[in-house]
Ligand binder design. Structure first.
Ligand code: NAD
Length: 351
């Protein structure tokens, strides 16, 4: 199949590109290479016949239209987004621009392209919109988010994702566009930008820096290994029913403090410090405003209807993740010293 992956140079996108290229699909990546886009995450695919990279904005309608036609696209995985909650609190405008307006422009271009397809190709086409469980707001001590939980986003990030989810829904109900939406819990694994909790903690621990934890560390998230999310996306693309939404989660609720303790303990066993434990570096910092208390996912619909199930447990996924960061310090260093941005501009040699 000919797939377009928007945001394919980001964390989840680059893992998905690897999965689909390995499965033999023709993969075109459209990515604007914001600070979160990293061509080093895709460097091993350069030169492969079934991988093609285009730098561009999902908000550029003529460019998207050209790509869809030129590459004969059969399905789109939309992962392009501003994705970091803290950044959305400091500056929401970019989140509205890309997540809301960008998704709208993308949908318009896709609608026009889809209308021009043959009846058979129209039926097989899918627009898969990749969203988050954060659109549902915060849970109390019990209960799980299901596909029918009312949306109640609390951060500019989750509000912008909720808006895009509603646009996608409307394009199915109004225009018949075969859309599928997935709402997934927190991902972890290779190629994650080290501003997010897990790679940040691994990086800071090894660098001897503080390990910052918001509030008292009791906020709860459900965690899923990124490649399991990518396999859920592949299942939703192949078997998802148009107009449906699917919750994706790892059934692995942990407090932030438990996550940091797990990482410290893994690092203590794999890369012991001369004295003491990495846990000694933990510091508690002022809580994020509007910090949701608990997210948890009921993923039974995608399991029962699409036959998806996570392959990693929390323990095996975390071990793989720590091993990956330990074995790929050059990737981390390029992000932390900023040289990955030089490379994306073709200035890598001038560093
Ligand atoms: P990321 O920030 O790592 O990657 C986003 C990518 O989108 C980057 O490569 C960036 O360059 C690109 N991009 C940004 N604006 C663009 C634009 N206007 N046009 C084209 N490309 C653009 O994000 P991620 O963590 O990989 O998340 C991907 C998607 O999955 C997002 O939509 C996010 O909301 C969703 N999601 C993420 C998680 C998670 O835990 N990371 C969980 C559930 C859902």
């Amino acid at each position: 199949m000919n797939y377009l992956i928007t945001g394919g140079a980001g964390f989840i996108g680059s893992n998905l590109v690897h999965l689909l290229v390995e499965q033999g699909h023709n993969v075109t990546v459209l990515d604007f290479l914001t600070y979160a886009g990293n061509l080093y995450s895709l460097a091993d695919l350069e030169g492969k016949d079934n991988y093609f990279f285009i730098k561009g904005d999902i908000g550029d309608g003529p460019l998207v239209s050209h790509i869809l036609t030129d590459r004969g696209i059969h399905g789109i995985f939309n992962l392009a987004a501003e994705s970091h909650v803290d950044r959305s609190i400091d500056g929401p405008a970019e989140f509205i621009k890309t997540n809301v307006m960008g998704t709208f422009v993308l949908l318009e271009a896709v609608r026009a392209y889809w209308n021009g397809l043959s009846t058979e190709d129209k039926g097989a086409f899918r627009f898969l919109h990749v969203s988050t469980d954060e659109v549902y707001g915060s849970l109390g001590d019990s209960g799980l988010f299901t596909e029918t939980t009312a949306y109640a986003p609390n951060s500019p990030y989750s509000a912008s994702k909720a808006s895009s989810d509603h646009l996608v829904r409307a394009y199915h109900h109004t225009y018949g566009l075969p859309t599928v939406t997935t709402n997934c819990s927190n991902n972890y694994g290779p190629y994650q930008f080290p501003e997010k909790l897990i790679p940040l903690v691994i990086h800071n621990a090894l660098a001897g820096k503080d390990l910052p934890i918001y509030g008292d560390g009791s906020n709860i998230r459900d965690w899923l290994y990124v490649m399991d999310h990518c396999k859920a996306l592949a299942a939703a693309m192949g078997k998802g029913i148009p107009g449906e939404t699917y919750n994706v989660g790892g059934n692995s609720e942990r407090t932030n403090l438990q996550i940091v303790h797990t990482l410290c303990d893994l690092l203590d066993s794999k890369r012991p410090k001369a004295d003491g434990s990495y846990r000694d570096q933990i510091t508690f910092v002022k809580d994020r405003p509007g910090h949701d208390k608990r997210y948890a996912i009921d993923a039974s619909k995608i399991k029962e209807q699409l036959g998806w199930t996570p392959e990693e447990t929390f323990n095996t996924g975390m071990e793989k993740t720590v091993n990956w960061y330990l074995n790929n310090q050059d990737w981390v260093n390029r992000v932390t010293d900023g040289s990955y941005r030089m490379e994306r501009l073709g200035l890598g040699d001038e560093k």
